[in-house]
Design a protein around this ligand. Structure first.
Ligand SMILES: Cc1ncc(COP(=O)(O)O)c(C=O)c1O
Length: 456
């Protein structure tokens, strides 16, 4: 079986259960992982639909140029559909977008025009206005306008909605999505609510966007609009794809909370996803914590992949510069060793020594854990607490060799690892860490050394 072109690989993305970040939530939380699309985002779905609808309507003719104002993902989707179908692409985007997104679009053969972020949409320099102007000037060009083109939400009505319904066997009770153009929220919500009007929908909005207040008061409040950093969600306009009657609740999420949750999804769930995914999950879980019951099933759509945010939320320095994580300067393993100035003699025991002998040594030297070596190789370790447990169970092991009763070796770390990393490696089983210096001498860093360094 093969696809005739890359566009046939769009859709049918997996639905995955969150396990580690949802321990305080009743019910099941599933995420629809849209980076499995060939352009690594859910926007492939609507890009294909907007182009095919334009072809059907005779708006887009062979050899035509596609012009769009896009934050990158829609551009990627349009670019790959354009390649498969033989169109040219020009994209305008705001200068707050990641350099990676711009580079990717250029790699896909598109022309990219970068416009200022902090100007109102009607300003002639805005990326909305530049795209419209080019569309008027270039012959045989098509301006998909993802905001107001209803093929956008129709794509999600026809694909994302039915996929989620089938994947949950019709048991979905809550659907949550970040709202930008509104396509993925409202197209999917329309389908799901048609199957079961009881499905509750939660839209995730940013601070600096008009949606939540507009839904709750009917007022388009310009004071709600101010610059923010999260990419893809929140707006300073009301796109036609946002159908407020299909969004039951809005939750606002800060740039910081979204960024931190993005990193947690990678670290604790193995989902290396984009920033708006973190925002969607943070907001959706806040809602779920209050509202989900034991049998409820919430689905959250995760729009894109993490590679596009490597220079931002996945970069520690960027996170510190924005005050999203603490900019504390931690000492390194090298600092700890230097401070001990050679007083940290490393005791080891040979694998062939008896448990009896090792217990005496631990006692005389007053140490809790000791590496076991076989010639020069670090093959295991023993600790006073584990030895005690074993001796209580089987007193006869005292005359056995330590090699027969030892635990796993103490882990080695590099000299430049910081205290926060070192402390995360200390746990019930592991009360020490080994470091090899430039002269290849091995040093031990204990829980006490880390504590001392933290408080000095
Ligand atoms: C990264 C990202 N997240 C979320 C969204 C919002 O999705 P929608 O436009 O379907 O509301 C977008 C859309 O631009 C996006 O690019």
């Amino acid at each position: 079986m093969y696809y005739n072109s890359i566009i046939e690989a769009i859709g049918n993305t997996p639905l995955v259960k969150l396990n580690n970040l949802t321990k305080d939530i009743k019910g099941t939380v599933l995420v629809k992982v849209e980076y499995f699309n060939p352009g690594n985002s859910m926007k492939d779905r609507m890009a294909l639909k907007m182009i095919e609808d334009a072809e059907k309507a005779g708006i887009l003719k062979p050899g035509g140029t596609i012009i769009e104002g896009t934050s990158g993902n829609t551009g990627m989707g349009l670019a790959l559909v354009a390649i498969a179908k033989g169109y040219k692409c020009i994209f305008t985007l705001a200068d707050k977008q990641s350099q990676e997104k711009i580079d990717i679009l250029r790699a896909m053969g598109a022309e990219v025009i970068v416009c200022p972020t902090n100007v109102p949409p009607e300003d002639p320099r805005s990326y909305y206005s530049v795209a419209k102007k080019l569309n008027n000037e270039i012959k045989n060009s098509f301006y998909p306008n993802q905001y107001d083109n209803l093929s956008n939400s129709a794509a999600h009505y026809e694909t994302t909605g039915p996929e989620i319904w089938e994947q949950t066997e019709g048991k979905i009770t809550h659907y949550a999505a970040g709202v930008g153009t509104g396509g993925s929220m409202c197209g999917t919500a329309k389908y799901l609510k048609e199957q079961n009007p009881e499905v509750v929908t939660v839209g995730i909005d940013t601070y600096g966007s008009v949606f939540k207040k507009y839904k709750e008061t009917g007022e388009f409040d310009e004071n709600e609009v101010y610059p923010y950093l999260t990419e893809g969600i929140g707006e300073d306009i009301l796109p036609k794809n946002v159908d407020f009657s299909l969004i039951d609740h809005f939750v606002k999420v800060t740039d910081k909370d979204g960024a931190i949750m993005t990193r947690k999804l990678a670290r604790y769930e193995g989902l290396f996803i984009g920033w708006s995914c973190g925002s969607a999950v943070h907001g959706a879980l806040e809602f779920a914590r209050e509202s989900l019951k034991e049998d409820d099933i919430m689905v959250i759509i995760l729009p894109d992949h993490g590679t596009r945010y490597l220079g931002k939320v996945y970069n520690d320095n960027w996170m510190k510069d924005h005050g999203f994580i603490e900019a504390r300067e931690y000492a390194t393993a090298k600092d700890i060793i230097d401070r001990k100035n050679g007083s940290d003699r490393l005791f080891t025991v040979q694998k062939s020594q008896t448990v009896d002998q090792v217990v005496k040594m631990l006692n005389t030297e007053g140490i809790d854990q000791i590496p076991v070596v076989d010639n020069d190789h670090f093959v295991g370790s023993v600790s006073t607490s584990r030895l005690l447990e074993k001796l209580i169970e089987q007193p006869e092991i005292k005359s056995q060799s330590v090699g027969e009763v030892m635990d796993g070796p103490i882990p080695f770390v590099a000299m430049d690892n910081t205290l926060d990393v070192l402390s995360s490696m200390i746990n019930k089983e592991n009360k020490a860490i080994l470091v090899r210096d430039e002269q290849h001498d091995v040093h031990i860093i204990t829980q006490h050394d880390i504590l001392l360094a933290m408080t000095n």
